[in-house]
Unconditional design. Structure first.
Length: 240
């Protein structure tokens, strides 16, 4: 993405329409900071742009808060990493790292995505980072650490369900790293979010070959998990 295209992509987002906690989120800082970062040609300008974005544009570093705007900005920050000045790219990586690590505030905990109406902010960010996996892996230790952190925010896209005893076997694709043992999860279908208390990975993906995997889910009927459905870690889903 050339600089002009990146600037057009920044302008295409209505930053003022994105929600955020009052007194922390400042939409003008998001737009101004991203434009400045995209065109930064040195360390000082990159740092100035980063201050705008970290001071209420995408995150609020003093309070450790992340805003929904960070999800909209994630592909733009990755484009800066790929095409921008090295100092701007380093700043963009730092902002992505903060956004994934910081906490949500008030009721601004979720965002609409193509695969879920109310995905946790951290999980939506992790998906963007996985989309840039080859770019981040090439950035050395910092990029690889960011990918490792993103892997903890797994996502399972259910494609087929089969009743199995008093549970359900769910077949689909897994992105990220599913932890060992029984996990709590959120099931997202249309505009509904359902808590799942017992989810176990039956068959993991074949690394480097296919994302296909299967889960066992207890405590729900098979008709409650009719695809399309998406599962996220329960720990990532605070708020309504």
């Amino acid at each position: 993405m050339a600089v002009l295209e990146l600037l057009e992509a920044i302008e295409a987002v209505d930053w003022g329409s994105l929600p955020g906690p009052a007194g922390l989120y400042e939409p003008a800082r998001a737009a101004t900071g991203l434009r400045a970062l995209a065109t930064a040609a040195g360390l000082v300008r990159a740092a100035d742009a980063g201050s705008l974005l970290a001071g209420g544009g995408l995150v609020h570093d003093h309070s450790g808060a992340v805003f929904p705007a960070a999800v909209a900005a994630a592909p733009l920050l990755l484009a800066v990493v790929r095409h921008g000045h090295p100092a701007a790219g380093a700043t963009a990586l730092g902002l992505l790292d903060d956004a994934l690590a910081f906490a949500v505030r008030d009721q601004h905990t979720r965002v609409a995505t193509p695969y879920a109406e109310a995905a946790p902010i951290c999980c939506a960010l992790a998906d963007h980072l996985r989309d840039g996996s080859s770019l981040l892996a090439a950035r050395g230790r910092e990029g690889k650490r960011l990918l490792a952190d993103a892997a903890g925010h797994w996502r399972f896209d259910a494609q087929e369900v089969i009743a199995e005893g008093d549970g359900i076997a769910v077949f689909g694709t897994l992105a990220g790293r599913f932890p060992d043992g029984c996990q709590a999860a959120e099931l997202h279908r249309a505009d509904r979010v359902v808590a799942l208390e017992r989810v176990v990975l039956l068959h993991p993906p074949e690394a480097g070959v296919s994302p296909d995997a299967s889960l066992r889910v207890d405590g729900v009927r098979s008709d409650e998990l009719v695809p399309p459905a998406v599962l996220f870690p329960a720990r990532c889903g605070p708020g309504p």
